[in-house]
Design a protein around this ligand. Structure first.
Ligand SMILES: *Cc1c(COP(=O)(O)O)cnc(C)c1O
Length: 358
């Protein structure tokens, strides 16, 4: 039933996002959304920009938004590129910097969109297995020949981060090719590679307003790097659709980025809830490494992940899991409000008791 489909599309296995339920109310801990609303200044900005925002085309260069991001990151405006969420920014970067002849390297267990883009853009990849404890085998990224490197830092879905020293070694090991550091979760406790941009002309850092600024629905993400890399990103965008980010999104994202106090408050609340939750999960037998992201990656040593996932779902709690070897028994649990995590811990404790008693 794929009549008329192009070859490229016929053979695609698209990315599958976490479920967005419509039928009933769940405690939703499955897509790493922020449990707190965006800054109140965001709603104000949406109201004040709405009139002209719809009638006029947006500013294709997102100048005011790029100024706000540049000020926050201590960079120049021409070191910033904005797109419709970091997924779009990643798609542009894959097209701007990678060629089929030279495989790009990324871990076997990471954000699954990378592999989808490799196929869709007709590229090739060299998947490097994470170590058994899900840490990054840094040496292989330093020494194996690569046409580019993509590293989520902290990594998804493991929540583990690499140090800036390790990133420097990877950047120095790949001087001829771009190293993309996807920092979707960097604000939850990991060092940002942004401070290395002046030193490494092959570094592209990608960030998003979706997670730490509670704006997943707005679709705003950005890339930070040397002006030469940013120019290539614009070249790709302007060859497809120069008006990517709409005016409402630009105005709202500016307000979110400028409200530093609210940002600090909410990201700290999430980090603190994360630490408490990990301790509680461990107390009733789950195993999970410390996380630098807004989620935990944990499993019960003797219970199948699928069974625990289903039992949680029946109790109205959605988490994420994958049918992938090595991680099939793990659950990725987004950090919600304290009340949501209370409900999660209560449900999990009950489920573990029930299932281990059998
Ligand atoms: C969520 C996520 C993204 C995409 O975020 P956008 O909403 O498209 O900005 C990119 N990379 C990783 C690793 C993510 O988890």
């Amino acid at each position: 039933m794929k009549e008329f489909w192009s070859k490229r599309v016929r053979d695609m296995v698209p990315y599958v996002p976490g479920e967005q339920p419509k039928d009933r109310k769940f405690i939703k801990l499955n897509t790493n959304e922020n449990p707190y609303p965006p800054s109140p200044k965001v709603l104000e900005a949406i109201k004040t920009t709405a009139d002209d925002a719809l009638r006029l085309y947006p500013d294709p260069e997102c100048v005011i938004l790029r100024q706000a991001i540049a000020a926050h990151a201590c960079l120049n405006v021409d070191q910033v590129f904005c797109g419709n969420g970091s997924d779009e920014v990643l798609a542009f970067a894959f097209q701007a910097f990678f060629d089929k002849e030279y495989p790009i390297t990324f871990p076997d267990i990471t954000y699954s969109f990378y592999e989808v883009y490799v196929k869709y853009f007709d590229l090739t990849a060299n998947l490097i297995p994470l170590n058994d404890d899900f840490s990054l085998p840094v040496e292989r990224f330093v020494h194996e020949p690569a046409g580019g490197v993509v590293i989520a830092n902290p990594n998804a879905p493991t929540g583990q981060a690499v140090t800036l020293d390790d990133l420097c070694r990877i950047l120095e090991g790949n001087p001829e090719h771009v190293v993309i550091v996807d920092e979707a979760y960097v604000d939850f406790g990991c060092d940002s590679a942004v401070e290395l941009i002046g030193e490494y002309s092959n570094l592209l850092v990608i960030q998003t307003a979706s997670k730490s600024r509670s704006l997943a629905g707005l679709r705003v993400g950005w890339a930070l790097g040397n002006t030469n890399l940013i120019a290539a990103m614009r070249c790709v965008r302007d060859s497809i659709n120069s008006y990517t980010v709409d005016r409402v999104a630009q105005g709202a994202a500016v307000a979110a980025i400028r409200d530093a106090a609210y940002f600090e408050q909410t990201r700290r609340a999430i980090m603190s809830t994360r630490e408490q939750t990990l301790e509680r999960l461990k107390a009733f037998g789950l195993e999970g490494a410390p996380s630098q992201a807004n989620f935990l990656f944990a499993r019960h040593p003797s219970l199948p992940g699928k069974t625990v996932f289903q039992a949680l779902r029946e109790r109205g709690i959605l988490v994420r899991r994958w049918d992938i070897p090595r991680i099939e028994d793990h659950l990725r649990i987004s950090i919600g409000t304290e009340e949501e995590m209370d409900a999660l811990c209560a449900a999990l404790e009950e489920i573990v008791k029930d299932l281990t008693a059998k």
